[in-house]
Design a binder for this molecule. Structure first.
Ligand code: SAM
Ligand code: SF4
Length: 339
């Protein structure tokens, strides 16, 4: 596959934030249909629009050459993309030569039993697995197509392969709120961190977002009746705030996009599987990188397009304003940018 593109200075946006973290949605497809993420009869992108594995490698490598130190593959479900292991194997060269600190992924866990060992062989050391409930029936209600046993077996396979697993759970009003203490104890008993996520207003799905939305401030207040939470100082530039639960010794994260508390330290950008660059999850503004990628075998056009996009990265997102106006903040679905 292609080598890294032209080396240039690190990417600094107009607000002085260095961009060091790239999230890449390698496919918009998924073997689940989580109700807050997709409708059951989703229309997926035509295959011709989707970047090939070689193009994804070239695009990621151009960002690595520009100073990205952490790469997260997501989707849709990244592990259902055909040939995904060859892409991960190829990208692992950036780990080996020290250009990249971390290659990781966010997955629904369904394919982990198959791939955990190979992921570890390619230098992946930590993964995020999304799991909102420990109740198989609720799991089915949330994911529609998911198989709970397969996911828990996948998590065990990942741990056995030596991967550190962090669990991501979306806090859902009336759906899993009551079992969050159990989910936390379960994860922490196995030595896994757990991060709670607020439902974000992405995509139209015919159900009111406000029916699903429970503010994490409320969740946290309720959890305080079960646990002693101690603030953990370290912030990693990401949107999560962490506490240590004294009773379990484990870490609990809160991602609260609706409360606008992390944009000032944002170090990340996202690309979709069609090569569209989003410099902010909460904005419609995007830049097409597929055209410059395909226009030339050299990476000069691509590098210039990336620079222009970083130079226009917005200061923060507009979710709150849009929520007040009671319409979805952003029309695209979460599986397009991968969260
Ligand atoms: N399929 C993989 C997975 O589920 O982990 C990766 C992609 S998924 C879009 C990434 C994360 O976004 C998951 O943790 C999922 O729960 C979360 N997510 C999806 N739709 C969301 C929404 N509307 N609000 C908040 N989180 C959402
Ligand atoms: Fe698939 Fe992940 Fe979206 Fe669920 S949240 S439908 S697993 S992409």
């Amino acid at each position: 596959m292609a080598g890294p593109g032209p080396v240039s200075k690190s990417m600094i946006d107009p607000f002085g934030r260095a961009i060091s973290y790239l999230r890449v949605s390698v496919t918009d497809r998924c073997d689940f249909r989580c109700f807050y993420c997709m409708s059951e009869n989703m229309t997926f992108l035509p295959k011709a629009d989707i970047l090939t594995l070689e193009e994804l490698d070239r695009l990621c490598s151009a960002f690595v050459a520009k100073g990205v130190r952490k790469l997260r593959l997501t989707g849709g479900e990244p592990l259902v993309r055909r040939g995904i292991m060859s892409l991960i194997g190829s990208l692992s060269r950036h780990l080996k030569n020290g250009a990249l600190d971390e290659l990781t992924l966010t997955t629904n866990g369904s394919q982990l039993a198959k791939y955990a060992g190979e992921l570890h062989d390619h230098g992946v050391r930590r993964i995020n697995v999304s799991l909102d409930t420990l109740d198989p029936e609720r799991f089915h209600a949330i994911t529609r197509w998911g198989d709970f046993d397969k996911v828990t077996a996948g998590i065990e396979a990942a741990r056995a392969a030596g991967l550190a697993v962090k669990i991501n759970a979306v806090a859902l009003k009336d759906l899993n709120e009551d079992e969050l203490p159990d989910l936390i104890r379960w994860a922490h008993d196995k030595g896994m961190d757990l991060t709670l996520i607020e439902v974000m207003p992405l995509g139209e799905m015919g159900e009111s977002r406000l029916d699903q939305y429970v503010p994490l401030s409320l969740v946290r207040a309720r959890l305080a009746q079960h646990f002693t939470m101690e603030d953990v100082a370290d912030r990693t530039g990401g949107p999560a705030r962490y506490v240590r639960i004294r009773e379990t010794g484990g870490r609990l994260g809160f991602i609260t996009p609706m409360t606008h508390n992390f944009c000032e330290s944002c170090n990340r950008v996202r690309i979709t599987c069609t090569g569209t660059l989003y410099t902010c999850l909460g904005h419609e503004d995007s830049v097409d990188l597929r055209a410059p990628l395909r226009a030339s075998a050299s990476d000069d056009l691509l590098a210039a397009a990336i620079d222009r996009a970083i130079g226009a990265k917005p200061k923060g997102h507009d979710f709150i304003i849009d929520r007040r106006h009671n319409r979805p903040g952003v029309g695209r679905h979460m599986n397009v940018t991968g969260g």
